[in-house]
Design a protein around this ligand. Structure first.
Ligand code: BES
Ligand code: MN
Ligand code: ZN
Length: 490
């Protein structure tokens, strides 16, 4: 499991600056005005900062961006990281500025002279999120985490420390999601995944693992059909956080296809290795549940994930097979590669039958079509409830996680009519992300406010956002945590 880097919050000790060994970060607003820490660095370097503040290079920096001044005379430090940051920066600039620290941290510490600045919780969240490095599959020294710590010197360490439990909780959740998504399928089988989730019990979550015999009793024919070709048993894991009162919970449902070969409708070889991240939805659900437990959220939330592997095999489900869902609808499986919706439909139905949730959000790396529509910067947001959807969109915006509303409607659902069964699992080529959402919609009860998040493009984006390294982003943990904080707590 990837650990957060060490983080130290201290009172501003001006005299420690000259001898600090590592990288020193200072924050400069557009007018180039130096704060107390920056003034000391400037004096020690005989005016290097003041000169930089007047340069074109500084003028070109956008809020949160930085430049490294290497090997400064007059300091033990190997570099000064000059970060442009206004007196009242927005969240995005703060997170970006923090990310610069996270990126600069290596073998040695990075020290931020933050003084009396506001919004340092967001800055440190950015630093923690950008510090993540996935080393679990390396060996020897390469598997060791970077030793450097993130240090900040501030005028009021207690006030900042008081915010840090919540900040660390979010970072831990995002790290958990990223680890799960980055792990390949031989190291994260359905069994391994369930074990990692069961371990969340230590944090006070109630975790239950439903095995295949139970899933068969429940009638989850759609989900079980997907896992038929795999040696790894299919599972549903239920994680409950009961931090609220008597109210019905919010349900989070995640697609956890640990590997998607496409099944008998097999995918082409090129790029198939990316399908190790096809459990991204389940990964986000797991990350959010971890965050809620760590910060002891005052809300009732139940997370459910369907863990399966989609493999071709003598026992694998065939195109044309007709399976029966837990809801009772029969489904003609035209394409075994449209498996995520089969898994989710059963888990969503189970979530509603058992928990009568006040709202339900499902997350899935569901379609390539959503990447065609929105690229890697926005997840697709589909919903039957405008107020619920708008609440999520506002939370995503505040957290800097791209999300864009997409349509649903009966004309799309029409495309799923089957000749032989109640419904088929694919429509035509066109509007593929929307017909997938309409397939899921069938498994949403009329009175359940529902959001479907298609995260195929954002779970492991080609170009990572400022707050993430390359690989799994952990998109959605922050937005969902904030939506829960804003709309389901207190
Ligand atoms: N897991 C894929 C979707 C996907 C594609 C996720 C690319 C991440 C990156 C999903 O199971 C799938 O194969 N969808 C098919 C659906 C089609 C057969 C209707 C697709 O998008 O091609
Ligand atoms: Mn597929
Ligand atoms: Zn898939």
């Amino acid at each position: 499991m990837t650990q957060l880097p060490a983080l130290a919050i201290d009172a501003l000790a001006i005299d420690a600056i000259a001898g600090f060994d590592g990288s020193i970060a200072v924050f400069l607003p557009a007018d180039g005005k130096l704060d107390q820490g920056a003034r000391r660095v400037n004096r020690l370097t005989r005016g290097a900062l003041a000169r930089f503040a007047e340069s074109d290079a500084f003028g070109k920096l956008k809020p949160g961006e930085s430049t490294e001044l290497a090997w400064p005379a007059g300091l033990v430090a190997s570099s000064i990281l000059v970060v442009r940051l206004e007196a009242k920066p927005d969240t995005e600039a703060l997170r970006k500025a923090g990310a610069a620290l996270g990126k600069a941290r290596g073998k040695k510490d990075v020290l931020a002279l933050a003084g009396a600045r506001k919004g340092l919780g967001d800055l440190l969240l950015g630093a923690l999120l950008r510090s993540y490095a996935f080393k679990e599959c390396r060996s020897g020294e390469a598997a060791e985490p970077e030793a450097g710590a993130i240090r900040v010197m501030v005028t009021n360490p207690e006030a900042l420390e008081a915010q840090m439990n919540a900040v660390r909780a979010v970072a831990e959740g995002v790290y958990f999601t990223r680890d799960l998504v980055n792990l390949p399928a031989n190291r994260l089988t359905t069994e391994d995944f369930a074990n990692r989730l069961a371990a969340l019990g230590d944090l006070g979550l109630e975790v239950e693992v439903l095995e295949e015999d139970r899933l068969a009793e429940l009638g989850m024919g759609m989900l079980l059909g997907v896992g038929h070709g795999s040696e790894s048993p299919s599972k549903v894991v239920v994680m409950r956080w009961n931090g609220g009162g008597k109210e019905a919970p919010l349900a989070l449902v995640g697609k956890g296809v640990v590997f998607d070969t496409g099944g008998i409708s097999i995918k082409p070889a090129a790029g198939m290795e990316d399908m190790t991240m096809d459990m991204g939805g389940a990964g986000v659900v797991a990350g959010v549940m971890k965050t809620l437990a760590l910060r002891k959220a005052a809300a009732n939330v139940v997370g459910l994930v369907g863990l399966v592997e989609n493999m071709p095999d003598g026992r694998a489900q065939r195109p044309g097979d007709i399976v029966t869902s837990m809801k009772g609808d029969t489904v003609e499986v035209i394409n075994t590669d449209a498996e995520g919706r089969l898994v989710l439909g059963d888990v969503m139905w189970y979530a509603q039958e058992r928990f009568k949730p006040s709202g339900m959000v499902d997350l899935a790396t569901l379609t390539g079509a959503i990447i065609v529509a929105l690229g890697h910067d926005n997840a697709g947001v589909f919903s039957n409830d405008d107020a619920f959807a708008n609440g999520f969109l506002a939370a995503a915006k505040a957290e800097g996680e791209g999300a864009w509303r997409m349509p649903i409607g009966p004309n799309y659902a029409e495309l799923l009519k089957s000749e032989k069964a109640d419904v088929k699992n694919v429509g035509t080529r066109w509007g593929g992300a929307v017909t997938a959402a309409e397939f899921l919609h069938r498994f949403v009860k009329d009175d359940t406010p529902w959001i479907h998040l298609d995260i195929a493009g954002v779970a492991q984006p080609a170009k990572p956002p400022a707050w993430a390294p390359k690989g799994a982003s952990g998109w959605g943990v922050m937005a969902l945590d904030r939506m829960i904080r804003d709309r389901f707590e207190g």
